[in-house]
Structure formats: structure tokens, C-alpha cells
Design a protein. Sequence first.
Length: 84
Amino acid sequence: MTMQVDSTPSTETRPPALSWKTQSLIIGGLIGLALGLLAAYLYVRAAGENNRIAGPKKMETMDALKLGLAALGLIRQIAEIGGK
């Protein structure tokens, strides 16, 4: 029994593989989207539990600053993992 090898080029074309950078950006974007939606859902639910029909009260400047610094700390930790 002999094996025959087809020497004609295939007409199938595969899409080029995504680079690791593109894959990282896509996965990171999807994770960020999911976490952002979860945070917004929890925020709305907590405001609803306090019987606020008109919505939650305006965020204080210090609360926004604390939240921003916490987010920057998380981003810094992720960047350090990438540097290893």
C-alpha cells in the first residue's frame, strides 16, 4: 500500500493568526467590559435597595478620588505582572 501526496496547492485560505498583543487587548477589553457592567449593576442595585426612586445621590469628590486611586493601583499591579 502506497501513500499518495497531493502536490496541488490548497485553495483554502486561513485568516492570519492574531498576535499576542492583539489577543491581550481583546481579552483585556472583554474583561474590562464585564467588570464595568458588573460594577454598574451592583451600584444600581445598591441604590435601588435604599429606595432611591430618583437615583443615587451625587458622588462626592473624595469618593471619586479614592475610586480612581484604587483603579490606578490595580492597573499598576497588572502592568508589573506583564513586566516579569
